[in-house]
Design a protein around this ligand. Structure first.
Ligand code: E4P
Length: 223
């Protein structure tokens, strides 16, 4: 399962990219709104693109198909490899089909059920973003939704990539991988948490302490 970073923060994206473990970035209007408002959205997106290259999803804010397509044109003028992120509403399906027919990748977002994912796939979406955290928030088993979607995909031979989104903690990453998601888009905090284990830190401290002790003993012998 590939990892994407779910962020519009340049520092976080730069750091995660430097680790060599992320294959893309997803943004949304709420993530962009958390950042410095004096920086134009187009400039911020271009800066993110400069850091990570393609596989960067940028979301439209129109709710009608023509508006979405107009925004998609604008985003593609910023960088031609853009993935256009489109909400899972009927107008979004129309816009997705039109973009897919021109081989423009679409990340269909705000998906909460396998039937929504199926419609997004049939409209030609490259990615279907299933929101785990927000499903769990309403006491709906998000892992089951990913598992069911995977099962349907495999049975039917469907092509869209299943992208686990709305990740809140490392267990979501693990469960998304176990349930067969192709990609998980992860906020910076959860990504960094997922890399840490107290026994790693304890083990490293012990190795380094032993190494320094050995160096001191060698130095004493040479003195
Ligand atoms: C998906 O691409 C969205 O940007 C994101 O995962 C939403 O997550 P949230 O529920 O934490 O806002």
């Amino acid at each position: 399962m590939q990892l994407y970073l779910d962020s519009a923060n340049l520092e976080h994206i730069n750091h995660a990219a430097s680790l060599g473990i992320i294959s893309g970035v997803t943004t949304n209007p709420s993530l962009l709104a958390k950042e410095d408002p004096s920086v134009d959205v187009r400039d911020r997106i271009k800066e993110i693109y400069a850091l990570v290259g393609g596989h960067l999803s940028v979301e439209v804010v129109s709710t009608d198909a023509d508006g979405m397509l107009k925004e998609a044109d604008e985003i593609l003028s910023w960088f031609p490899e853009a993935t256009i992120k489109i909400p899972m509403i009927p107008a979004g399906l129309t816009a997705t089909r039109k973009l897919a027919d021109q081989d423009i990748p679409v990340n269909m977002t705000l998906i909460f059920s396998p039937t929504q994912a199926l419609a997004a796939n049939n409209a030609g979406a490259t990615y279907v973003s299933v929101f785990m955290g927000r499903l769990d928030d309403i006491a709906h088993n998000s892992v089951q939704v990913i598992e069911d979607t995977r099962e349907i995909w495999d049975m039917q031979g469907l092509n869209s990539l299943i992208l686990a989104a709305s990740i809140r903690h490392p267990l979501h990453i693990q469960e998304a991988a176990r349930a067969g998601a192709d990609i998980s888009t992860v906020p910076y905090k959860a990504l960094m948490q997922s890399l840490k284990h107290p026994l790693t830190d304890k083990g490293l401290d012990a190795f380094l302490a032993d190494y320094h002790k050995m160096q001191e003993e060698i130095a004493k012998l040479k003195a």
